[in-house]
Design a protein around this ligand. Sequence first.
Ligand code: SF4
Length: 140
Amino acid sequence: MLKALRSFARRKSPWIMHVPCGGCNGCDIEVVAALTPKFDVERFGVLQKGTPRHADILIVTGVVTAQILDRLKRIYDLTPNPKHIVAFGSCAVDGDIFREGYGFAGPLDEVLPVDIYVPGCPPRPEALIDGLNKLLKRLK
Ligand code: SF4
């Protein structure tokens, strides 16, 4: 009963944490835009949190670099279960234009388990909202 209630609450009001890695910040701007009144991702109950300890979903943007790799894994470890990852933007999905760079540590899904891929350079805020909705439907 308590487990079902927790699951219901998570689906109705998932808490997200934005984790910017090594991109150009274009995707970060689109994530912020999704939180503004114009796109209003909060209408789906989505709330942004500043610590992984309070997050259900990590929105990862930018390319995974050798420099960020350990911190990214630590953020993931600090996120309570059940936890989910959205790879937002082509950099997070496969490295995109930074793929041949010396600091590239691999596509996000080779480092951590990714639940939803939102490709694009950068994807629009609507794409993030769509990705979150797909993830929440999958959690039912
Ligand atoms: S996907 Fe494009 S916009 Fe997003 S961080 Fe990479 S280069 Fe920048």
